[in-house]
Design a protein around this ligand. Structure first.
Ligand SMILES: C[S@@+](CC[C@H](N)C(=O)[O-])C[C@H]1O[C@@H](n2cnc3c(N)ncnc32)[C@H](O)[C@@H]1O
Length: 250
């Protein structure tokens, strides 16, 4: 299937489901059952920074960046509904706000060598062309600029609940596009090894500063949690989230 067809399928899926994800994974959270930005302080001082959110969704992470004193808030997202919601959410921000409805695989007119920080909270893994997307992100950053992203750990969906046990169903090693189970097979997500993310970052010119796949479990487990996609029981065995901080070389 062509790249553009996969993007179209995913756009249709997201237009239908955008409401369900309203503010669901947004800074200071970095992902399910993972440490937060408050724990890790990966971003450092945001004051006066130009920031770009890749897959900005409903705009809640950009709102957080605004609350930390960012000078410019830019976002890109595939889904019309998400860009509409983010536009409404960010009305009244002191910072300059610029939002683009576009696949991250393309540059819709974003400036290059411009941003201090680019980030992506649970969105980068939606790309159907990782190398092109990372090349784009690399080009938007100033030399020395930071890129931070989080995504579902690629081991997480390989392990399935099977009654009282967890079993390995699919190979961790096989990479490529898959109809996603959590979305009832209505969207396509690439399965990639953790090392593919790391090595593609390096290939396009990033230096890796930190890779995190620690698990943080809640003190009290909510009822029915064992049936959820991100369950505490599963997170005791494999991480749900990974986070990478990288820098564009100076
Ligand atoms: C889980 S949401 C991200 C939430 C958001 N980062 C936040 O902080 O609120 C994933 C987002 O990725 C977007 N997305 C999916 N495929 C995309 C693509 N190829 N290019 C750009 N955005 C995409 C979806 O529209 C969705 O808004």
């Amino acid at each position: 299937m062509k790249t553009s067809e996969m993007i179209q399928i995913n756009k249709q899926g997201w237009e239908k489901s955008a409401k369900r994800f309203f503010g669901r994974t947004a800074l200071p959270e970095l992902g399910p059952l993972a440490p937060t930005e408050d724990d890790l302080n990966l971003f450092g001082d945001i004051q006066g920074k130009k920031v770009l959110d890749i897959g900005c969704g409903s705009g809640h992470s950009l709102e957080y960046m605004g609350s930390k004193g960012a000078l410019e808030l830019w976002g890109i997202d595939l889904t019309t509904k998400q860009i509409e919601t983010a536009t409404e959410l960010l009305v009244g921000q002191q910072a300059l706000v610029k939002l683009f409805e576009s696949p991250m695989e393309e540059n819709p007119g974003l400036p290059t060598n411009y941003f201090d920080i680019a980030y992506s909270i649970y969105a980068l893994g939606w790309t159907v062309d990782l190398e092109k997307t990372l090349e784009n992100i690399h080009s938007y950053l100033i030399p020395g600029g930071t890129f931070i992203f989080s995504w579902e750990h690629p081991i997480h969906d390989r392990v399935k609940r099977d009654g009282p046990k967890f079993t390995f169903e699919k190979s961790y090693l096989e990479e490529g596009p898959e109809y996603n189970e959590a979305w009832n097979h209505s969207v396509i997500i690439y399965h990639r090894k953790l090392t593919t993310y790391i090595n593609t970052l390096i290939k396009v010119g990033f230096e890796i500063e930190k890779v995190i796949d620690d698990v943080v479990l809640p003190d009290i487990v909510p009822e029915g949690n064992d049936l959820r996609w991100y369950s505490v029981e599963k997170a005791k065995l494999v991480p749900a989230t990974f986070i990478i901080k990288a820098k564009k070389k100076k």
